[in-house]
Design a protein around this ligand. Structure first.
Ligand SMILES: [Zn+2]
Length: 239
């Protein structure tokens, strides 16, 4: 392979490397990916809070059911006592007073439980509203998260696919190119991002400085490697 062809390949290799850098930067700085991560954290926090509220709601419901059960038990007891009082079975005044006293106590207890149950019901109603609203918000957030997730996977997939292609192109070039040129390229690459520069209108496009006529002529002959007198890059002619 002639020098010129080698240089063309080397320049293609360089283009691959530049594109690779750009894609890697895109991967690192992917805005959707960043948004996705913060959305995930937020969603997780909200789900945890929702679970706690939902748990509270269930607990209150249980408490209410218990209070209602207790209340109806008391009502039954009160009713039984009433039946007893009016049954005519009571013989003494003392017995009657005792029963009436117990009945009053039970009625007092029943009223307390009733008040408690009503407050609980009001709280439950409020909480139910909050829980249902938050469930809707969460579902909406989850939808948004899923859409963004798929979009991000697609974007990143495309970038990775292109990167794979670049790697294989680079590998092919490395296998075919002159080892000397590749070595020189890598050496310059340590200090300069683009080791191959093209001479365009008498200027090195690496450092943008004019090169001497002699160098321009030498470069266009492509008989040996010519370097920019100013920046040290390997020069290739623009033809
Ligand atoms: Zn230069």
């Amino acid at each position: 392979m002639k020098l010129y062809e080698n240089l063309l390949l080397m320049r293609k290799f360089q283009e691959c490397e530049l594109r690779e850098q750009e894609l890697k930067k895109q991967l690192k700085e992917n805005e959707d990916r960043k948004r996705l991560i913060s959305m995930k954290t937020l969603l997780k926090e909200k789900i945890e809070l929702f679970k706690i509220k939902n748990q509270q709601f269930k607990q209150m419901k249980k408490e209410l059911a218990l209070a209602e059960l207790k209340s109806s038990g008391l009502q039954n007891e009160i009713k039984e006592m009433e039946d007893q009082i009016y049954s005519g079975e009571i013989q003494t005044m003392k017995e009657l007073e005792k029963l009436q006293q117990m009945q009053r106590e039970l009625t007092g207890q029943a009223e307390k439980i009733e008040t408690f149950a009503i407050t609980l019901m009001e709280k439950l109603e409020e909480l139910e509203k909050v829980v249902s609203e938050e469930r809707q918000i969460l579902l909406k957030m989850k939808d948004e998260y899923d859409i963004l997730r798929l979009k991000t996977i697609e974007e990143i997939g495309k970038i990775k696919e292109e990167l794979e292609l670049l790697y294989s192109t680079k590998q092919q070039i490395e296998e075919n190119i002159s080892a000397t040129i590749l070595e020189k390229y890598k050496k310059i690459k340590l200090h300069k991002n683009q080791p191959i520069a093209t001479v365009i209108n008498g200027k090195c496009n690496g450092c943008n400085m004019s090169v001497s006529i002699v160098v321009v002529q030498e470069v266009s002959r492509h008989e040996k490697l010519i370097y920019c007198e100013n920046c040290g890059r390997i020069l290739i002619s623009d033809k």
